[in-house]
Design a protein around this ligand. Structure first.
Ligand code: GDP
Length: 591
């Protein structure tokens, strides 16, 4: 039976030989036969690996590992007879400047402090509102705040998976834009219903019919045009239509029949985690089932906590949180990963045990905390190849760490790649510096401040420590660093041709011959392709040119001359062979 060899996009020749249980020399030989001159540390892709495996007659199938982000799944409705209706979880998404923040502000009627860099929300977070309908019934709605910045698409995708319903905000004066399309795609992929909020209807230039036309062209036929997409005109500025939007959200939630059991031990998802001064690792979790209490023991992947404090999203301490409620939890031993499911367990011992046996695959994002020395060494030795740029990424919150890494990975090409040898939440510390030194990594910090002691250590050891608040600048920096790893481009320029008339002397490393220049102008030093008819025999170097007894630098078309060729393997030239002269120049490439 053919065995499966799972690789992560590319595999080094050495690793493949090991997996196939053959010698490296044999594998290199086979690659060589296929025209690939590679060394043991060079990487080949899955397709090449499969061709070579087939040619070797080895029964093996190369499978590329799925690199999809760890997308959480949710159970939207509980079948339990005890289940009761729960608040809907909503994400508001849309193109930048279409009014996502303004709409959310209007809905919760509170202003978000304008203290974020470039006015962008860097992480996923959540809050809950209580809405009193006309008949006085009070109902809760949970909103997830997904980051709007282009570089955070992965997080927005996560956001779509966490929700019951996505509100797509589109400025009716601007229409469908790239991030609108992205939001529609994410919602569809996650299988969640959408409501379109046609925003900025107070503006004269807004045209809802034009927008409906665009929606219909994007597979979202408006309801009043015979489709099933609800399009509501709103204005985040005047507040018009907001009430109707909330009513519609609640109506659609009713149709979805969202239910959960609100008793018993809690289960849910980690939707944000960060280090909080005085509190240590802290997470915002979304309770899905049951009740989460202060003092509960919870396990989230390889992290666990005794819930020390619980706060609602306004910062108010609470003792208990039920279904669809986002709460901030302190008491974690280490930072739980974004998107991880959490469960309440009976005792601290159970929590410790389960978190240890958690098989959370720590991929190459290699969390700094918790990774053993051996893991780190492996990560480093696996990655210390010339064409890889080792980096250590630290950011203010877990969501940003993931986003920075995802953005960095978009720079990867077949020749150069970012290798994350460490990552984590919070500032850089001495361990990180040590690791940067041993793995020759660049330290990229995003929205973190660096203690001056760490800064001076880094400069003493000549480490590359780069702190950014704007993601594009960080990515640009990494891009130029990666460009330097690119093999330079070889530019060849044809010079001319010589028809061989006579061979004067042949040794192991030198051939002296003579002939007529039939085309162009020959120069030395230069390179020479030796052609016999259409067949290329060798590529050698031309080191000396002679016209008669005199050594010259150049000879022209029509002239006779002697050439001295330097060769690495013995070359048997014959009268009638053609020597094609050319030059090679190296040019640094950029990504
Ligand atoms: P976001 O990038 O999608 O979060 O967009 P913002 O909420 O920051 O809004 C972008 C700009 O559009 C801001 O200048 C808002 O004041 C403005 N804006 C948002 N909603 C409306 C609206 O309904 N009417 C008008 N006239 N302007 C709006």
């Amino acid at each position: 039976m053919a065995k499966d060899i799972t690789i992560d996009g590319m595999i080094t020749v050495g690793d493949l030989a090991e997996k196939l249980d053959i010698t490296v020399t044999k594998l290199i030989g086979e690659l060589f036969k296929n025209g690939m001159m590679v060394t043991v540390n060079e990487k080949i892709d899955a397709d090449t690996a499969q061709i070579i495996v087939d040619e070797l007659g080895v029964e093996a199938k190369i499978v590329t590992k799925e690199t999809e982000p760890n997308i959480p799944t949710r159970q939207k409705s509980s079948d339990s007879p005890d289940a009761i209706s729960r608040p809907p979880v909503i994400a508001v998404m849309g193109h930048v400047d279409h009014g996502k923040t303004s709409l959310l502000d209007k809905i919760r009627d509170a202003k978000i402090a304008d203290d974020e860099s470039g006015g962008i929300t860097q992480h996923i977070s959540a809050y809950q509102i209580e809405h009193a309908s006309k008949d006085g019934e009070k109902r809760k709605i949970t909103f997830l705040d997904t980051p709007g910045h282009e570089a955070f698409a992965a997080l927005r995708e996560h956001g779509a998976y966490l929700t019951d319903l996505v509100v797509i905000v589109i400025a009716a004066d601007d229409g469908i834009k790239p991030q609108t399309k992205e939001a529609i795609r994410f919602a569809k992929k996650a299988g969640v219903k959408m409501i379109v909020a046609a925003n900025k209807m107070d503006k004269e230039t807004s045209d809802i019919n034009r927008l409906k036309q665009q929606l219909s062209e994007n597979d979202l036929m408006p309801e009043d045009w015979g489709g099933d997409t609800i399009v509501l005109p709103v204005s985040a500025k005047t507040g018009d239509g907001i009430e109707e939007l909330i009513d519609m959200i609640l109506l659609m939630a009713d149709v979805e029949n969202l239910k959960a059991v609100d008793t018993g031990e809690a289960k849910g998802l980690v939707i944000e985690s960060h280090m909080e001064q005085g509190k240590g690792p802290t997470a915002v979790v979304l309770v899905e089932q049951g009740n989460l209490h202060k003092g509960d023991f919870i396990v989230a992947g390889d992290s666990y906590a005794k819930v020390r404090t619980l706060q609602d999203t306004t910062g108010k301490p609470v003792d208990v949180a039920g279904p669809s409620t986002p709460v901030k939890v302190s008491g974690f031993k280490t930072m739980p990963e974004f998107g991880t499911q959490f469960d309440v367990v009976k005792t601290e011992k159970d929590a410790r045990k389960q978190s240890k046996s958690s098989t959370t695959e720590k991929d190459a994002r290699g969390k700094l905390s918790g990774a053993s020395g051996v893991d780190l060494l492996k990560a480093i030795s696996r990655t210390n190849k010339l064409q890889e740029l080792n980096v250590i990424v630290k950011a203010d919150v877990q969501g940003s760490v993931v986003s920075v890494i995802d953005s960095l990975k978009t720079l990867n090409t077949e020749e150069v790649a970012i290798k994350v040898v460490g990552s984590g939440v919070g500032s850089f510390n001495e361990n990180d510096l040590h690791m940067a030194q041993t793995s020759n990594a660049i330290l990229y910090g995003f929205h973190v401040s660096i203690p001056s002691s760490v800064r001076s250590l880094a400069s003493r050891d000549n480490l590359k420590l780069r702190i950014y608040d704007v993601i594009y600048e960080l990515i640009d920096d990494a891009k130029s660093e990666l460009s330097e790893l690119l093999a330079p481009e070889v530019i060849t320029t044809d010079l001319g041709r010589l028809k061989l008339k006579q061979v004067f002397k042949t040794t192991k490393s030198e051939v002296i011959c003579g002939g007529e220049v039939t085309k162009g102008k020959l120069k030395v030093p230069s390179f020479v392709k030796v052609m016999r008819g259409k067949e290329e025999l060798a590529e050698v170097e031309a080191v000396k040119l002679q016209r008669g007894p005199q050594e010259v630098k150049e000879v022209q078309e029509g002239e006779m001359c002697g050439v001295s060729l330097s060769t690495e393997t013995k070359l048997n030239l014959e009268e009638g062979d053609t020597l094609e002269f050319f030059t090679k120049e190296l040019k640094q490439r950029t990504l």
